[in-house]
Ligand binder design. Structure first.
Ligand code: NAD
Length: 284
């Protein structure tokens, strides 16, 4: 460390490399200080703010045993995605999609809410949760005890299945039982249309009233906290920026850096459950 600090004065180092080192160290120092201070700030912010909007992604549920998409070993390294257009066009793609859904649902159905989900229930009980926007399809916020009328499921839910022709809804467990017996693509009892989980697939539009409500909530909060989202899936990724530009404090609690880290007021890359447990359960 000492040798490195003295290195710029060695004739072998150019001014350019000296400046590079300074930038490197000052970035690291700023990041470390920011992270340390900001850990304290989260509980202060939660105490101070009254209208908090939360955006959760797959990262809040990894501690419950449901893998996220992008981390190593995540779902994308195992299965390729099937767009809605491919689902509608090819029987092979429909079969492949349902095979993936049959397997991924096994993780969902056996998962229980973790400290992160439970802390958000405490936030609601304290009257500070204005809205819980989630990209998740696992239904764990409802199971933890957050009120359904405060939850906006941007990408739908894996706990229900919908007929693409007549929109009849089915309980997912009933369809899962069919999938365990047969590889056939499930079809609607009433109209014979193809069934698909009530989630938003790639290439499929989000429900306009849900994204409009999410935009409204983002615009009318005093703090917006992202938990466990890579902020790479749109339009969800636009919400934090919208909140901040509308005057809200913005915090990001995510395992990996996100494109909005430098734009936000608070960043932490520690596991969500542990941080939320401390910041919410203990401090309010
Ligand atoms: P993502 O996979 O793109 O990103 C998840 C992020 O969470 C990563 O950046 C990772 O660093 C972080 N993370 C993982 N574990 C964490 C932890 N313990 N604490 C804090 N951060 C942690 O997920 P995304 O941004 O939500 O987008 C993927 C889409 O896939 C979602 O919109 C959703 O529809 C779907 N999905 C949902 C689930 C689910 O319902 N649980 C799981 C996988 C994918």
């Amino acid at each position: 460390m000492v040798a490195k600090a003295c290195a710029p004065f060695n004739a072998n180092y150019s001014i350019k490399s000296f400046l590079t080192l300074i930038t490197h160290y000052s970035t690291l120092t700023t990041q470390s200080i920011r992270k340390l201070n900001l850990k304290l700030d989260l509980s202060d912010i939660i105490k101070a703010k009254k209208k908090i909007v939360i955006l959760t992604g797959a990262g809040i549920s990894t501690e419950s045993g449901i893998p996220d998409f992008r981390s190593p070993g995540g779902l994308w390294s195992i299965y390729r995605t099937v767009t809605i257009q491919e689902f509608l066009a090819n029987e092979e793609d429909r079969k492949y999609y349902w095979q993936y859904k049959r397997e991924s649902y096994k993780n969902i159905v056996k998962a229980n809410p973790n400290d992160g989900h439970n802390a958000l229930v405490t936030l609601e009980k304290k009257g500070k949760l204005q809205c819980l926007i989630t990209q998740n399809i696992d239904g764990l916020h409802q199971i933890a005890g957050n009120s359904s009328n405060l939850i906006l499921e941007l990408h739908g839910t894996d706990r229900q299945v919908i007929c693409l022709k007549c929109s009849k809804l089915y309980n997912r467990d009933e369809i899962q039982a069919h999938l365990e017996r047969s590889d056939d693509v499930p079809v609607c009892d009433d109209c014979g249309g193809w069934l698909k989980p009530a989630t938003v697939s790639f290439g499929q539009n989000l429900q306009p009233q849900i994204i409009e409500q999410a935009m409204y909530e983002s615009e009318h909060c005093d703090a917006f906290l992202v938990i466990g989202s890579s902020l790479t899936v749109h339009p969800a990724a636009l919400l934090p920026e919208h909140a901040k530009r509308s005057g809200a404090w913005l915090g990001i609690l995510n395992g990996d850096p996100t494109p909005l880290d430098s734009f936000s007021d608070w960043v932490c890359h520690d596991p969500a459950g542990q941080v939320l447990q401390k910041a919410i359960n203990i401090t309010i």
